[in-house]
Design a protein around this ligand. Sequence first.
Ligand code: NAG
Length: 243
Amino acid sequence: MFNRFILNPIFAISISVLVALGPAAVNLRTAGNFAILAQSSVSTVPPSAVVGAVGLSPAASTFLTGWSLTPSPLGTFSISTQCVGSLYAANYASPTPAKLITAVSDMKTAALDAAGRTGPNFLNLGAGNISGLTLAPGLYKWTSALIIPTNVVISGSAIDTWIFQVAGTLTMSNSKRIMLAGGALAHNIVWVVSGAVTVGTSSHFEGILLGSTGITFQTGSSINGRLLAQTAVSLQKTAVVSP
Ligand SMILES: *[C@@H]1O[C@H](CO)[C@@H](O)[C@H](O)[C@H]1NC(C)=O
């Protein structure tokens, strides 16, 4: 009887434990309520298509250009045919200004957190040129500019994480794609960039962009992610889908 018990097949089942690979998540706090958040301007060359909220502070709504805004009755936000969501600027009615101040502060806190992570798994990978690479979960650090001149793949599970620290500009060529594999999700991918971010014409980007300066998406480009910039965001017929 005892032998039969210990030979029961239930003891042969192997348990596989799902372990997340990559750095601890970056907490966006209320900045995570925005698809686009900027401090000096958010411009669009129509038609762009944004799914998510747009926020601008401390600049006023005059620096939300190209949107053909329609103000809400109470003046707390505007709408645009180019945005499935609301647009907010620092000169709108209360409580919008205070909420934007908090969101911008949260954006800066998140950027400091992401940029401050130490002990990179990959240092200056590809000497700042990640042409053709497949990027496993981890902390990546480049001490100067980064270029994406071809398609690249970000590969990992739905719980894995990536932080890409770029101490310079980030430039993606025209008609290239960041592709996700293995279940990887845009909201687990953070790019923290000290210089200007430029995504070329008809290219596709994935992840949360935390820019110390401006972020420009050229004609016909797209992103699954967020554009959180400490100066300006410029869209040119760009599709933005927040995760
Ligand atoms: C980037 O790397 C690829 C592959 O090694 C190479 O063909 C290309 O010339 C490099 N681009 C630049 C601008 O260095």
